[in-house]
Ligand binder design. Structure first.
Ligand code: 4AD
Ligand code: MG
Length: 462
């Protein structure tokens, strides 16, 4: 008999047949006549109930069928008398594959805080919450590729080790190596072996955009989806030092096209999750956030509000709410301002455009007013900025001027300038922070709980 997943068995219509199922014990309860084992194998949020006639199994075996243990069960799939499930397995044979000592296994039945679970990142995938989050994370990653494939985009792999700073923000992790013979390391660290290796200083990428532009100006419509690294010391619930970013880049698109793509893309991802993961979303909705499902549906059903940075500043200046940080034209918006616009003023997702050039990256296309650039940020309820993007400066001289003004070294980006020398074209793109998307869709409160192994200041244990 081939092994079935819990998911397959719970959906099965063929009763009274022999089945084999393997998974981890969530709970075992019962009396000296009958034992009920809740089994989960990660295929679904739901547990499979295994019923064991206590007299048929050695006490030793049943004792080892404890919370956390891994078991293999052979038995009969039958209709369930109990509430909450239509089928259950009447056990004929139970084999304990891996014990979990109840005295030591940290994940006993209930009530662990998310903070505690972060300290046992190697075991938290076995909880209902992280099972749901990880299945949703998978579904969303798959939906990203499906969306782009359906819309004629090519997936481009951009480098992780780079010689340039794509954002010009100086938030990079430097790459170094140990020498071949691993001598004791000295504090001075005067020899940079990686620099020797590559012949120059290198960093972990902060964005695949610049290489994405290379590809867009050859293949038309492309996207990247890869890990990015930022050494910003922001200890917030929205920042990670290592996160995944999705960056589409499209030749001949302007800012309007870019906004349309961003809105359609986000809606289709949320719609996908609603369609494909209803049980996991229902669980998270009931467990953590009673408005999760209605919020997701709202985003799918409503147009995003579009306005310029200048218009937003006017709204914020006349807002009744007092902000911690003052708002003035020319300063960057803080998350309190973004969330005011989204959650209080418009009560829907917002796309802000045309930011002052001095608070945005060097590559954004300058507007005719010479003060603002064709930037766009998409702001989401509960999240703030979920997407940052722009139309790119395609004019060689204007780009060089911006680079000089912002101290971006030309010799480092000679190849980027070449794109404007040879067959330049209008183009635009954006970056979606994948974890911010997962954060929004799962309704979790902290970005550290939507990636299996979060990296943040003072944390790289796992
Ligand atoms: O706004 P950002 O910095 O834009 C770029 O990197 C552009 N090169 C993207 C492009 O146009 N191709 O970052 C884009 C998004 C943000 O909106 C946010 O969702 C996410 O990346 N992000 C982070 N997510 C988690 N932790 C961090 N430290 C993040 N920094 C940015
Ligand atoms: Mg940004």
């Amino acid at each position: 008999v081939r092994r079935s997943s819990v998911q397959q068995l719970l959906q099965s219509q063929e009763l009274e047949r022999e089945v084999v199922v393997k998974g981890w014990v969530r709970t075992r309860r019962g009396n000296k006549y009958v034992q009920f084992i809740a089994l989960n194998d990660g295929s679904t949020i739901h547990n499979l109930q295994v019923v064991a006639d206590a007299e048929k199994f050695p006490e030793e075996t049943l004792k080892d069928v404890a919370t956390g243990a891994c078991v293999s069960v052979r038995g009969q799939l039958v209709a369930s008398q109990g509430k909450g499930q239509s089928v259950e397995v009447q056990a004929v044979e139970i084999e304990v594959l891996g014990k979990a000592d109840p005295e030591q296994y940290p994940l006993q039945k209930k009530g662990h805080s998310l903070e505690f679970l972060r300290e046992i990142a190697h075991l938290r995938p076995r909880t209902n919450t992280f099972g749901a989050v990880l299945r949703l994370r998978h579904a969303l990653a798959f939906a990203v590729h499906q969306y782009f494939n359906d819309h004629g985009f090519y997936y481009i792999h951009t480098p992780i080790i780079t010689g340039s700073d794509a954002e010009g923000a100086g938030q990079m992790f430097r790459v170094t190596t140990l020498p071949d013979d691993h001598p004791p390391r000295t504090a001075s660290g005067s020899v940079d072996y990686a620099e020797d290796f590559f012949g120059k200083q290198t960093n972990l990428t902060v964005s695949g955009q610049l290489e994405g532009e290379i590809a867009a100006l050859a293949l038309g419509k492309v996207y990247t989806f890869g890990p990015t690294f930022r050494a910003e010391n922001s200890n917030t619930a929205r920042h990670l030092a290592e996160f995944w970013m999705i960056e589409p880049e499209v030749a001949f698109n302007d800012l309007q096209d870019n906004m349309e793509l961003a809105e359609d893309f986000l809606k289709s991802l949320v719609r996908y999750a609603l369609e494909k993961c209803p049980d996991d979303l229902q669980f998270l909705n009931d467990q953590y956030d009673k408005e999760l499902l209605s919020r997701l549906q709202f985003v799918v059903d409503n147009e995003f509000q579009r306005l310029t940075y200048t218009e937003a500043v006017e709204i914020l200046k006349t807002a009744k709410q007092k902000f911690e940080f003052p708002v003035d034209w020319g300063t960057d918006l803080q998350s309190e301002h973004e969330r005011y616009l989204v959650e209080k003023h418009f009560k829907k997702p917002v796309i802000l455009t045309d930011y002052p050039k001095d608070i945005k990256a060097f590559y954004m296309k300058l507007n005719d007013d010479n003060r603002t650039v064709r930037a766009m940020d998409v702001l989401f309820p509960g999240i703030g900025e979920i997407i940052g993007g722009s139309q790119r400066e395609e004019d060689l001289e204007k780009l060089r001027t911006r680079m000089q003004q912002m101290n971006v070294p030309e010799e480092e980006l000679w190849w980027y300038l070449d794109l404007r020398r040879f067959g330049s074209a209008p183009h635009a793109g954006f970056g979606l922070g994948f974890e911010r998307l997962v954060l929004f869709v799962t309704g979790m409160g902290n970005i550290r709980d939507v990636i299996p192994f979060p990296r943040f200041p003072k944390n790289a244990e796992f």
